[in-house]
Write a protein that binds this ligand. Sequence first.
Ligand SMILES: O=C(O)C1=N[C@H](C(=O)O)C[C@H](O)C1
Length: 296
Amino acid sequence: MLQERDLHGIYAPVITPFLPNEELDLDSYRKHVQELLNHNIHGLIVNGTTGESPTVSWEEVTQLVQVTKEVLNESGKQLPLVVGTGTNSTASTVKRTELAGELGADAVLVVTPYYNRPPQAGVIEHYRRAAQVGVPVIAYEIPHRTGLRLAADTIKAVLDLDGVIGIKDSTGSLDLLSELTKGDTKPVLCGDDILFLSMLQHGATGGILASSMIQTEVFVQVYELAKQGEFDQAQKTFDSLVPMIQKLFQESNPAPIKWILTQQGILSSDTLRLPMSPISQGLQQELKELFPAFAR
Ligand SMILES: O=C(O)C1=N[C@H](C(=O)O)C[C@H](O)C1
């Protein structure tokens, strides 16, 4: 199980590859995970936002976790494996967290309940019930997707719960992190790629970054440099990633990443399940200019 003191580094919220008929493509998935391990990623998140959790069934999550574990075993690497189990129903979040524990997840990622806009006290109770399952919980605050912004005091109360080991901060600013780091806080992971280095400078212990699945080794370098306090070099290295990060979020994540991984031959297809759909011709052209190797 993942412990608070080990919650650091770069976690890849892995892609869920689909065949053109929208069935799960486990061969591509295997290659994708192997590639991330080859480039020294620090941890893996299955069934995150980038893994298209809204359109992936629990049976499919189970298959993805099993293949991830096989690839990890084959590689001989022992990386934390985190599974996204949060929904906007406490009962189903608890059930999925139990199932993730049975599958061998080291921790679960539980998003703030979306769409139903519960009161802050209800959100704290939601996290309490999830944490009581006994699998370490990473809270996930992403107001622009959930439609609900948690107050800093609510987040502190969630982080105070036994069994909650940290938080993924996708609030899009440094405000929450600055508030949390005024005192002792459990680990905060950056969930907003463009803020990665700034958040490391302000006390984040790592990131869950969709863009780290392209140029993984450069993200790892930024993290290592920042950890050693070499911020000037970290900034220069991070600056080289900024144009790519901007393009990856120009259209809905993970469509641009799926397109790139397909160009790289890692995925067999850039298929997404509706209502998500592949990137525009315009963005394809821009990405070809950014990555000349893809231009054909
Ligand atoms: O899947 C994730 O976890 C991430 N989701 C964010 C989003 O798509 O909003 C972005 C972040 O890079 C990781």
